[in-house]
Design a protein around this ligand. Structure first.
Ligand SMILES: [Zn+2]
Length: 134
């Protein structure tokens, strides 16, 4: 059982069972602006999280295909949700400003995406794979 919440505690979630996907860090400008740094998220099946305080989750549609969920009270980044019907996963923020999961997560960032769009004020140093796109 994995638990997490936003900063104010108004939104809580649980994900039961083992999460098979390792966290991925996205460095695109949209993720950096929304999270305040880069967005590290963990994909879980859309049906996997149980959310309480869902009425406090506000959604911003950042592109035709994706909407992002955040707490309407404290602003915590929580969810990255593709709108494509054939995409079965939703990402839950795991690190940096969007550190919604409680620790320990027993996981490590396994991939960096959109590194061509990353900020110039930090380096990626953990040695895992980097991709210009997804
Ligand atoms: Zn909150």
């Amino acid at each position: 059982m994995h638990k997490g919440s936003c900063l104010c505690g108004g939104v809580n979630f649980t994900v039961s069972g083992k999460i098979s996907h390792a966290p991925e860090a996205c460095h695109c400008s949209q993720c950096r602006k929304q999270s305040g740094h880069y967005y590290a998220g963990r994909n879980v099946l859309k049906s996997a999280p149980t959310v309480s305080g869902e009425d406090k989750v506000a959604w911003y549609q950042s592109s035709e295909q994706v909407r992002r969920g955040f707490c309407s009270i404290c602003g915590s980044s929580l969810f990255w949700a593709p709108l494509m019907p054939d995409y079965d996963y939703i990402a839950i923020a795991i690190a940096m400003v969007g550190g919604a999961f409680d620790t320990p997560t027993n996981s490590h960032i396994a991939k960096h995406t959109y590194v061509g769009d990353k900020g110039d004020y930090y380096d990626i140093t953990n040695g895992v794979g980097q991709s210009e796109g997804y």
